[in-house]
Design a protein around this ligand. Structure first.
Ligand SMILES: Nc1ncnc2c1ncn2[C@@H]1O[C@H](COP(=O)(O)OP(=O)(O)OP(=O)(O)O)[C@@H](O)[C@H]1O
Length: 276
């Protein structure tokens, strides 16, 4: 980018919130659907998350299990709508996740065609893209087999190949490099480097802090579905790593209690939007 050129926003999130209802039983769920009175308990998987991403930012989503990273990834990708708040995106987005919306009954090839059709590509364009996608996925021998027969690594390869080939402006990568073999992970990382050089905006969920350090320029730390911190990677990581050091000393039970208590406190807050 030219020096002094104004930053271009890629994503603006304003109080993005995702609520789920938790029911104690199937009958409670049915009553909630059929009767005017509300049943079940409201649970905020994300609450009032606000931030702005500039074009070319690569943002690591940090947070322990259940903090809301995948929920935010799905909302950023447009796969799941927020319950409240607003998300403005400047460009197309695509998500690469371990369970990235593949139809298990269809073959690998049919999944490629379906995904590309859904994105508005013509049959002719799809035919042209198909061989590159198959080659990238390294699934030539299995491409006409149903995806349900694929290993999780193979599914991740297919998902990765399709989503990078459609050349989105905003790419969300949710733990997609954690499955599969090293050689494919390296190839995927190379593709991400290429995207980085092209100035694409990316969101990256990974349990590997070293991968985060290599790629990300910024980090967004989620805790109990809320934004704990957002800023330059090094600054956020410094506090997050110190937190993790203590958190990792906790027993499994204590970690669970920490999360449950955090979400309980968060859900007791009034519905007033938090400041961003
Ligand atoms: N469809 C759903 N219905 C109810 N609760 C949900 C649903 N999806 C996610 N949640 C809950 O929302 C919270 C946030 O989940 P999310 O998967 O976004 O966290 P995460 O940070 O990605 O966790 P992990 O690192 O374990 O993948 C969790 O408590 C999860 O149980």
């Amino acid at each position: 980018m030219e020096e002094g050129a104004p930053m271009e926003k890629a994503v603006i999130a304003k109080n993005v919130t995702k609520k789920y209802k938790i029911y104690e039983s199937q009958s409670e769920r049915l009553k909630d659907m059929l009767l005017p009175k509300s049943y079940g308990e409201e649970f905020y998987a994300l609450r009032n998350v606000s931030f702005e991403a500039e074009k070319g930012d690569i943002i690591g989503l940090l947070g322990v299990n259940g903090s809301g990273k995948s929920t935010l990834s799905s909302i950023l990708a447009g796969v799941v709508p927020p319950s409240d708040g607003e998300l403005i995106k400047n460009g197309d987005s695509a998500i690469i996740a371990v369970s990235s919306g593949l139809d298990l009954k269809l073959s690998g090839r049919e999944n490629i065609e379906l995904k590309c059709l859904m994105l508005g590509f013509s049959k002719k364009q799809i035919k042209e893209m198909e061989s590159d996608i198959i080659e990238f996925s390294e699934l030539e021998a299995f491409i006409d087999q149903p995806v349900k027969s694929y290993s999780s690594g193979m599914k991740a390869r297919l998902g990765f190949a399709v989503n990078v080939s459609i050349d989105p402006d905003i790419l969300i990568i949710d733990e997609a490099l954690s499955v599969g073999d090293r050689a494919f992970a390296k190839k995927s990382l190379d593709k991400m480097r290429e995207f980085k050089e092209q100035g694409k905006t990316m969101f990256f969920v990974s349990h590997s802090i070293s991968q985060m350090k290599e790629f990300c320029t910024k980090a967004l730390w989620l805790e109990f579905g809320e934004k704990k911190d957002y800023g330059p990677l090094e600054e956020v990581l410094k506090d997050y790593e110190a937190f993790l050091e203590e958190y990792n000393l906790l027993s499994k039970q204590k970690k669970k209690e920490f999360r449950e208590e955090g979400f309980r406190k968060q859900s007791r807050k009034t519905s007033e939007p938090a400041s961003s």
